[in-house]
Design a protein around this ligand. Structure first.
Ligand SMILES: [Zn+2]
Length: 329
């Protein structure tokens, strides 16, 4: 176990370092492209203010990188404690009565109990360790959310072992074999490093957001607003347009990638758990989903089929249970 934790921390440090270097490279590239394209002479202006020495002074760049690295580590270090704290708050009777009772029914079995694993659920911990060994990942920490809906989620193993949060609804409605299959699915995400690849994609998307701004800037300023070119109206217009579009574009991309991750995690999970249990767990989820009123589906049902499909692609991070079942057959 200690060995496991040590290797998770080592890998965590490497991942944080890798992301920071990627981020810094992107920032500096953007900085120089902006300077050239907008003729801002940013570097020169910064030298005038004394900040310029920073960009030409390598130890200072090293220091900035190191500070970013520390921030990255701190975020990853605190991610899980914050997650657990939030869960504890959510499971408090007062909190759930005030904020959640109307929107998210709580399971009476766990009302008032703090998050974490009660003694009668230790078997889940053992089950999860067994699945983790089969998949070749470190044993996860398990916490219970008192919600009655059927849900499970995992946060990655950046500095701590991964954390799997299972809802009380899931524990009430699934059999131990089905719970094992669900845990296998969640650990498959850990095994495939889905969160890391999403972080990299996020950074790259931040990078490419500027390309359309530059294109707009050149087209508008040089094509249409020649005499106001110095005012950089095109740049501002381009920025406004792209920022407006940016709210939607990543949603499309991330959800599309996320849905692929789900299919891959399903495929991996059935290799390490009982396939029949996996199917029946998915079917139970499907039945419970069909009983709930989904506000999005209600709004969508009045729209033409083609819009429905588009909006679902945009907003749904998970594929439908039927398509997941189909993909596994
Ligand atoms: Zn998943």
């Amino acid at each position: 176990m200690n060995n496991n934790r040590l290797s998770i921390r080592t890998y965590g440090l490497i991942k944080a370092w890798f992301l920071v270097i990627l981020l810094m490279t992107l920032v500096f590239t953007q900085f120089s492209i902006s300077s050239v394209l907008l003729q801002l002479d940013l570097f020169e202006r910064m030298s005038a203010t004394g900040l310029g020495q920073l960009s030409s002074y390598w130890p200072a760049i090293g220091l900035v990188t190191f500070v970013c690295f520390c921030v990255c580590c701190l975020v990853w270090l605190l991610y899980r404690p914050f997650n657990l704290l939030w869960l504890k708050l959510k499971n408090l009777p007062l909190f759930s009565r005030v904020l959640y009772s109307r929107f998210m029914p709580r399971s009476p079995a766990l009302q008032g109990r703090l998050a974490g694993l009660p003694d009668d659920h230790l078997w889940i911990k053992r089950l999860a360790s067994r699945v983790a060994r089969k998949l070749g990942v470190a044993s996860p920490t398990i916490a219970i959310d008192s919600s009655v809906e059927i849900n499970a989620k995992v946060s990655p193993d950046f500095f701590h072992p991964s954390l799997i949060i299972l809802t009380q609804g899931l524990l009430d409605k699934l059999t131990p074999d089905e719970i094992e299959a669900v845990i296998a699915h969640e650990l498959a995400h850990v095994k495939m490093q889905d969160t890391l690849s999403m972080s990299i994609i996020h950074l790259l998307m931040l990078f490419i957001i500027w390309l359309p701004v530059y294109v707009f800037h050149i087209v508008i300023d040089y094509g249409f607003l020649f005499k106001w070119r110095d005012k950089r109206i095109g740049f501002l217009l381009g920025l406004t347009l792209v920022v407006a579009a940016y709210a939607l574009l990543p949603l499309l991309v991330f959800n599309a990638i996320n849905r692929r991750h789900e299919f891959r995690a399903d495929k991996l999970a059935v290799r390490f758990s009982n396939i029949q249990s996996f199917f029946s767990a998915l079917k139970t989820v499907q039945t419970s989903q069909s009983q709930q009123v989904n506000p999005l589906e209600q709004v969508l049902s009045v729209l033409p089929e083609i819009f429905q499909r588009f909006i679902k692609r945009l907003f749904l991070s998970h594929p439908s249970v039927s398509s997941r079942l189909e993909a596994l057959h």
